[in-house]
Design a protein around this ligand. Sequence first.
Ligand code: NAG
Ligand code: NAG
Length: 380
Amino acid sequence: MLFSFKKLASLASLVTVLSTFSADYTAVASPLQARAQCAATLSTAASVANRLQSYWNGSGWGIFWTDANTIEDLYNLMLADGSSTFDVADNTRIGKLALQQDRNAWISALGGSNDDAGWIVSALWKVGDYRVNRGQNSSPYYNSASIVYDLIAAEWDDSVCGGGVWWSSAHTYKNAITNELFLYTSAEAYLRFGDAKYLTNAQKTWNWLKNSGMRNSDGLWNDGLTSSCANNGQTTWTYNQGVIASGLAALAKATGDSSLIAQAEITLDAAIRLKTTNNILKETCDSATPTSSCNNDQAMFKGLWMKHLQFYLDNAPDRASKYASFIGAQESAVVHYATGSNWTVGNVWYAPSQGGSLFTAQTQTAGLAAHVSAAKYGPC
Ligand SMILES: *[C@@H]1O[C@H](CO)[C@@H](O)[C@H](O)[C@H]1NC(C)=O
Ligand SMILES: *[C@@H]1O[C@H](CO)[C@@H](O)[C@H](O)[C@H]1NC(C)=O
């Protein structure tokens, strides 16, 4: 049932999507449009995104930082398929803050979470890109991204563990994700805006990360550092293995240093080898039976790995063929194993769920990210 429905839906929208592509090719020469994307996969993504709206609560989908990623994935989809169906950012809490462009309002909303702030910077850029792409005013989103970026940059500290951005304004923890996001947003900001301060930040962050001890002998990043600045041995979450790669590719593009690509692939390839079951990503909290133990944060992580592999390939396109079949396999697993009735997507991708899958806005968003990534870099 599911598959024939999917085929029909794909055929129905194929003509629309293809004509949108040709319109985009003539309208803009953006690198975002450089490669025709897989229309069938984009159609699946749109169905998953449509179902996501059933979790809408009036100002978001439930969690501030995961909402940043939901927004980013929806705009990433619309930039790919030319639609405007999910142009909802202005109605979200994050979007309302963006439109205010008020530093104090951001400080209050962020509550000192520098990792949340990193996701938000990236999401605000994606909405800004969409506004540019449609000839709309992008400046509130780009300005707010700049405000939030500067708040994170001010949380860099050399006095403990030799550097790094604090996880939060409580200044009790230095961890991988906050600094991976700072690497990514700094290098990406340099590519976007050309200001040397961003390149300096990206370089100092990578220099600190690579000597921090947070990457273990398998090539995977653990969660963070102990108070004595040693690897704390905590979970090697999938998202940590993806965000490092997008940051390194952006820095490689900014500097021309291809050794950074090799560094990224040490971790990407370790994740493919060690964070999978049946060649499909499996978070340690994922369980097909009896039930997954992931919280709503963790339930999104695999989607973040997929999205940041897409961002990695955006800046390292000559690496795309190496990862195409793996990306396609994840997308296929999301369709065949993780998708329930009416396009709901659960967190268990690696096997058919036997009651163990969770179905939330975050798992739905992770599925969306897998489809959008595969539309661009998977086989079609
Ligand atoms: C399927 O999902 C859509 C979008 O969320 C919703 O409008 C519709 O009511 C759902 N249908 C059923 C039968 O649950
Ligand atoms: C809706 O979700 C947002 C975060 O996404 C949250 O801040 C807000 O409190 C939620 N609103 C309601 C009415 O539950």
